[in-house]
Design a protein around this ligand. Structure first.
Ligand code: SF4
Length: 291
């Protein structure tokens, strides 16, 4: 069976589950990136009822925001329900720039509180479709076609969906969120071949040479962030201002800081090794392991 056919079968099976357990259509999380673009086209081809949500992170490139707006406009004309979710924290509207001072530290690879607040936690009592792929990262290499999330990553349950494992929801778990990953086994090449064949209009950030279109300055992008900040310099300013407010907040709360200025924070965050006595997130001086 080819990949597209297999993914469509997964979506059709998931749509049945969604109707059976929740009496609602599938809920596709659309980020504006290539993987969610594929999932969107596959939902159309599968002929299943679906709705679409997009989580506004407040740190997305303007091109991504406008792309999502265009796609949602087209979907609404097709009669698909679309919703943009605005981030909230502790019951209040928030943003990346408000979170940084509140959390007293910049988001880093090992502590991605921003994803938890700005992107995750959606879709309770729903069967969700996500463009997760094993080939994306080590973190996702153990992803299944169908999952029930647990309280921790280790506690998640994976189901052999392709081979008819229907034990995905026990009655006591009816309130759980089901995650369906229809393209979990696709490679980058599969994704691009599909989008090219489908003549899909993709996020313009790709034609600007970016291979990922997450938040500008995402710590997961590592050194590519320098290029992102050259392309969108206002975001660097937003981070620097947020770091300055973070330092004020740390001082107000009597927290010691390894940084004196917002520039210190920015250079530490970008892992600029030029800062004297630079400390890593665990308070060790960078480079001491080599001594
Ligand atoms: S994509 Fe990156 S910057 Fe954006 S919310 Fe997630 S971890 Fe944070």
């Amino acid at each position: 069976m080819d990949l597209e056919h297999k993914a469509i079968m997964r979506l059709q099976e998931a749509a049945n589950l969604s109707e059976f357990y929740y009496q609602k259509p599938l809920l596709l999380t659309y980020s504006g990136g290539k993987d969610s673009e594929v999932c969107l086209e596959l939902c159309r081809r599968a002929g299943v009822p679906f709705e679409v949500i997009h989580s506004l992170t407040t740190a997305d490139a303007p091109e991504t925001v406008y792309h999502v707006k265009r796609v949602f406009h087209r979907l609404e004309l097709e009669g698909v329900k679309c919703e943009v979710l605005y981030p909230r924290y502790k019951g209040q509207p928030t943003s990346m720039w408000a979170l940084i001072p509140q959390k007293l530290m910049p988001p880093v690879r090992t502590v991605r509180y921003c994803c938890q607040v700005l992107k995750e936690g959606r879709g309770k009592n729903r069967c969700m479709v996500l463009g997760v792929r094993r080939a994306e990262s080590q973190n996702r290499s153990d992803s299944g076609v169908a999952e029930l999330p647990g309280k921790t990553r280790a506690a998640k349950q994976i189901f052999d969906f392709d081979n008819g494992d229907k034990s995905i929801i026990a009655p006591c778990q009816m309130k759980a969120k089901i995650k369906i990953h229809p393209i979990v086994d696709w490679t980058d090449r599969d994704v691009w071949n599909f989008l090219t064949d489908a003549k899909t209009e993709v996020n313009p950030c790709y034609s600007m040479g970016f291979q990922r279109v997450g938040c500008v300055g995402c710590p997961m992008a590592d050194k590519l962030r320098w290029r992102e900040f050259r392309q969108w310099p206002k975001f660097e300013n937003l981070y620097r201002h947020a770091f300055a407010r973070m330092l004020e907040e740390r001082k107000a709360r009597g927290k010691e800081s390894q940084w004196k200025t917002a520039d210190d924070v920015f250079r530490w965050w970008m892992d600029d090794k030029n800062l004297d006595g630079q400390l890593d997130i665990f308070g060790r001086e960078v480079g001491t392991d080599d001594l």
